[in-house]
Design a binder for this molecule. Structure first.
Ligand SMILES: C[S@@+](CC[C@H](N)C(=O)[O-])C[C@H]1O[C@@H](n2cnc3c(N)ncnc32)[C@H](O)[C@@H]1O
Length: 399
């Protein structure tokens, strides 16, 4: 927003952040979808240094929310409680100003990776979300803001604190260039309850329907929709919904219902309803038994992918976690690129992507330092679940 900027300790110059690209080593993506294990700042810098700017149509990210927690897995169950034998999936313990800069640095690189018709969805909670919104306005331009979506994340809970229960988080949606972004106008089917209340009538074949008047508001004196149909003129101030010829066709097809008093209405069937425009309140509750801490709802991710990318698009999630975005992209026929620095994420993705052929690249070691990397094309994860990925490396990739 012109004249408005968020200031905090340690905020770097954008040029300094983009400077990382000139020092980054190069990386080459193959034809397969790819999962890269490593710090996303280093990986994205390398992607930009390797000519991938403008190549991603859709980014969905669900970064840590600055919760000051460590997310563990104990005996296969996710938790924020550390016990003996716990595996740390990831830590989320930066100071708020460090966190904001951590996000901002990465958003700047993501903006460069986005194509001109690209868009980004950032999932965050309501504690940090408003600061992150300001950062996104700065990085992508407030003019490219599209939606602040309220995502209902859980059923109502009985919080003890003296405040309202928190049932939602937020998804911030920005275009690289508003108006140019892929948006496929995906609609949402009606619920059973909505069908029952909107389509109360049932025909002889058991199909639910309702009826609408054959005329609509607005008078026309010139066109045929203002003329006679079956010796009737449309009521004052209204016109026929369609031409008299089309109304005849509808009647012949049994799609006009006549009342006892001879009033015609057009029949609309529930099973032909085209669905509702999706609004900015989403009801997608996360899995009750997640494979990974804070794993997000797969149906929500599939809807996002179908809405904001095309079949030939590259979809990226650089905080991939359990790989749900990658799976959503895979299941909707898109190419994907996942990045995560957690070893546990890599393990879950390898196990979850049964029978999916993808390239696996190790980018950084446990200390986050870039290393001479190994990559492997993974054809069947079944064999991998027990195998050490390093032993499957087929080629060395210098980064
Ligand atoms: C909230 S989780 C993502 C969960 C994911 N959306 C899902 O549905 O499973 C955040 C992820 O970001 C990863 N992460 C945090 N900092 C990172 C970094 N600098 N580079 C790459 N991944 C990072 C963590 O390892 C963690 O898996």
């Amino acid at each position: 927003m012109d004249g408005i900027e968020l200031n905090y300790q340690g905020k770097k110059d954008e040029d300094e952040i983009l400077g990382s690209v000139s020092n980054a080593k190069t990386i080459k993506l193959g034809k397969n979808p790819t999962y890269i294990s490593g710090d996303n700042f280093a990986v994205m810098s390398s992607l930009l240094a390797s000519g991938y700017s403008g190549s991603v149509d859709l980014i969905y990210i669900d970064p840590p929310f600055n919760t000051n927690q460590v997310f563990n897995v104990n005996d296969g169950r996710v938790s924020t409680i550390s016990r003996n034998g716990s595996i740390v999936a990831y830590s989320d313990d930066l100071k708020p100003f460090e966190y904001l800069e951590f996000i901002r640095e990465r958003l700047i690189l993501m903006r460069e990776l986005l194509s001109e018709k690209g868009s980004i969805y950032l999932h965050i909670d309501c504690k940090m979300g408003h600061y992150v919104k300001m950062i996104m306005d700065e990085v992508f331009g407030a003019e490219n803001f599209l939606n602040d979506i309220a995502r209902i994340k859980s059923n109502p809970k009985n919080f003890k604190r003296p405040a309202y229960g928190n049932q939602r988080d937020m998804v911030l949606f920005y275009a690289k260039n508003k108006g140019n972004n892929i948006f496929n106008n995906i609609t949402q089917g009606l619920t059973e309850k909505e069908i029952e209340s909107k389509f109360k009538k049932i025909d002889k074949d058991g199909r639910r329907y309702n009826t609408v008047p054959v005329h609509a508001p607005g008078e026309t004196t010139t066109g045929e929709t203002g003329g006679y149909w079956r010796d009737m003129l449309p009521p004052k101030g209204r016109h026929w919904r369609t031409s008299p010829k089309e109304l005849d066709k509808l009647d012949k097809a049994g799609l006009i219902e006549w009342s006892k008093n001879g009033v015609p209405r057009i029949k609309k069937y529930a099973d032909e309803h085209k669905g509702k425009k999706i609004q900015d309140i989403w009801n997608y509750i996360d899995p009750a038994y997640p494979l990974y801490p804070t794993e997000k709802n797969l149906d929500m991710l599939k809807m996002i992918v179908r809405q904001s990318s095309n079949q030939n698009s590259l979809v990226m999630d650089c905080f991939a976690g359990s790989g749900s975005t990658l799976l959503a992209a895979e299941q909707t026929g898109r190419k994907w690129l996942g990045i995560d620095q957690s070893e546990y994420s890599a393990k879950v993705v390898k196990e979850r992507f049964s029978k999916i052929k993808f390239d696996y690249i190790e980018f950084t070691n446990a200390n986050g330092e870039a290393i001479e990397k190994e990559s492997a094309t993974i054809e069947s994860v079944e064999s991998l679940a027990t195998a050490d990925i390093r032993s499957l490396a087929q080629a060395k990739l210098a980064i």
